[in-house]
Design a protein around this ligand. Structure first.
Ligand SMILES: [Zn+2]
Length: 68
């Protein structure tokens, strides 16, 4: 991974993976991902993130007894 990113879209890829992008930006990035290797590489690197976060959340709940 190179930093700073060459492609300006790359900083949006993490939000895309986490489902945090507004619908119009998500559609724009969907289209962009078809043509940009840099963003596709970033996407593959971040693809496991939602699953990892869910596991952390479960572990946190067990450890603290808190929900959230
Ligand atoms: Zn890109």
């Amino acid at each position: 991974m190179t930093w700073p990113p060459r492609c300006p879209y790359r900083i949006s890829v993490a939000s895309y993976v986490l489902g945090a992008l507004p619908a119009d930006e998500r559609r724009e990035l969907d289209t962009h991902l078809r043509t940009c290797q840099e963003c596709r590489t970033e996407l593959i690197g971040l693809a496991a993130l939602p699953g990892l976060l869910a596991r952390l959340r479960r572990r946190f709940r067990r450890a603290t007894g808190l929900s959230g």
